[in-house]
Write a protein of this length. Sequence first.
Lengths: 277, 266, 336
Amino acid sequence: MNAAIAHPFAGRAKPVYLNFALKTFQSQAAYKFEYFVGVFNGLLYVFIFTSLWSAIYSGLQSGSDTPFTRAGIITYAVFAMICRISMTMEDTEISSRIRSGDIAMDMTKPVNFFLMNLSQTVGVTMFHWFTRVTPILLACFLAFDLEVSLEPARMAAAVCAWAMGYFVFFLLNFAFALLAFWFVETFSFQLTKYALINLLSGAIIPVDFFPSRLRPFMEMLPFQYIFYTPTAVFTGHLAWPETVRLMSLQAVWIAILGLLCSVMWRSAQRKLVVQGG
Amino acid sequence: MNASIYWALLMASIKAKMEYRATFIFFLFALIFFYAAQIGTVLVVMSKFKSLNGWSIGEMAFLYGLLSFSQGLTMLFFSSLNNFETFIMQGTFDRFLTRPLNPLLQTLVAGFEVSSVAHFFIGTAGLWFGSRYAGVEWTGLKLFFLALVITGAALIQGGVRIAVSAVAFWTTRNRSLVHTIVYSSKEFVMYPITIYSLWVQVFLTVVFPIAFINFYPSHYFLSRDSSAILLDPVLQYLTPLVGVVIFGLAYALWVAGVNRYQSAGS
Amino acid sequence: MSGAIIKVENLTRQFAMSEGRSGFGGSILNLFSRRHFMKKAIDNICFDVGEGEFVGYVGENGAGKSTTIKILTGILTPTSGRAQVAGIVPYERRPDNARNIGVVFGQRTQLWWDLPARESFDLLRSIYKIDDATFRKNFDELSDALELGPLLSVPVRKLSLGQRMRCDIAAALLHAPRALFLDEPTIGLDVIAKDQVRKFLRRANKENGATIILTTHDMDDIEALCERIIILDEGKVAYDGSTEKLKDDYAREKLLEVELSDASPELPALPKVEVTRREGNRVWLKFSQDDVTAQEVISRILGACAVNDISIHEPKVGDIVRKIYSSGLLKHPVAT
């Protein structure tokens, strides 16, 4: 082999899951149009919800008792939406691969299916951080009066809460995606999931606004730990005791959902009926 | 003769959908649940705050109900446009062009979306609750105008979808655009547009007139103070007209797109 | 046969099926009840594949080919019976089995759609943990043999079917698997691409000793590549033996095409030989090897007429297999 021409595979092999994340990142970059639409969409939603909250709060008499100040709720709305955008996950791919039988390709490889999906999702997330979260974050700082204290301990907790919220979300999505092994049409399940997330995860309304009778039930569901907890920790809305409590509950849900996914996956493998092909 | 062909295609579509039995019913319920949750988010807030820019809970429910019901009508006819880019990419549209039938009609009939039933359900619920809580008095005239408004609103939404689909004739891939325009625009008018800044309100009235779907006509039904309406109180009556105009423009764009598609090849 | 790479013992797999009624009224009734029954996709099949064999695995649609392959690649579990690939039970130790096998599905690609082929190879290198030297060597060989050079930086979605198939085959062989499973690899390829693929597979088998199982409907593939053929019919093995023997056993008839110098000479007496066609100078003669040998027939003709050209038409595997299907399950499945 001519030494002057570098071999296309010079250098060492990358660790497999890191490689998956990188390749997913690269393939996202292939769709340029998606950048702009994604950013535009995100900004649109931030605009709608901040307008909504401003309007709601402007109708209030001063001194009335609410869990947030006007500035506080605007800050919450912005960061909740950014949190949501930062955790955008592709949740139909696994199901469609199961239905089409393409999943057979994945299963003839000596890789851990769960880790492979996690690394691919992380790849997409990295991409979204670069292309969507960053511009939207900048735009929001310029457009709104956001009250965020960058106290290090709180920031560290927020990062941790974000990571845990990400895991809760990933595990939830993974569990729902696996349903495709048992059901031909899983869209109804996905719809139900979306409904519950829209309502209960804190992406649009912070948990504080729900009637106090419902709060205990909401705490027993995983949803508020996805967006509400990280956002509330980040914006300083929660006192430390509450922060610690909610973050521990995040961890609990990661364990519960992790167990669920593991049971489902083992069960799916045992069933192993690959449709199509 | 043509009508029976369309009918046959429609029947084939429905039959295909009915193959999925219990999942079908479940799907409808899931869809209803989803949209209920969607408006539920706002109603939760409203229950605490009582009014949004001068709109009570009942009026908000009416606003949403009108949007939802007209969306049901839209979905009934235009839902196959959601996947239009696949028709182009897989050559299905080419097959439509080779048949002696209108390609738009064929596209529309190709994907009959039975889920529109869910929208009708939610829409009716919204309209019913809304008119009860807001104390709307229904006269024959109002009901007649409601029918016109819903048709007009469906024409607006249908027109928007046709226009956005037509973009695929130029750019081939338009899925994210479809998603943004069709779904995000719905989010905009779920709330009274007065919550937005002035230039956005103007935009939603003149440039991308989706405010005519539910916001302006609601003033008429809810007997709201029409002097507060941007530009002119007459806007509350204009929905049917706007619907026809938008639909006409969208269809013109579609025809231009088909011509371009045929001359450019794929 | 000891030292067999693939061992299949009494493998059976059932599926639960449901049947609906037809018609519009029927589709409404289907909402309430459907008929359920069990169907055996494969029924008690047994075979061994030794190292370096090139086996054709054929059967009509629904005969059970894909089911067997799915079991051997670990993505399906059998209802009863046992299978082993390189000493590992595929559906019990899927990741370990995965390291030993390479799979090419003709209609699906394992390459990443949006990225250049090179990226997929890089990913596979990580997945199979191939050490650098081995990887480079394997890649170079495959790249040369399949002429992948210009294709490496092209996004896979832009490759033609033939180009993509070459990349898919390379991808399956990068980690030097002990067994290669090919499912319809030449489907949809043009004549030149098919030829390229076949040449490569033949080399891989003859020179590198690759063990290959080929599932295909294309009988020319089998004719060109497989010295052994296993025919499945309705879930059972109908034939398992060398392709030569298949022809010998089941195609006793040969067709002789003779071009005579004269337009209509008198043909000699040819007992048990049927003249199927005459066209100008040409005569087609059909006879069974059981009755008379080709040698006898030819020598009789040569003795009696002036002949320009003679050709013997060998029965083609495709014709034989088709005949086997149309006559139903064989009474005496033959095995070597």
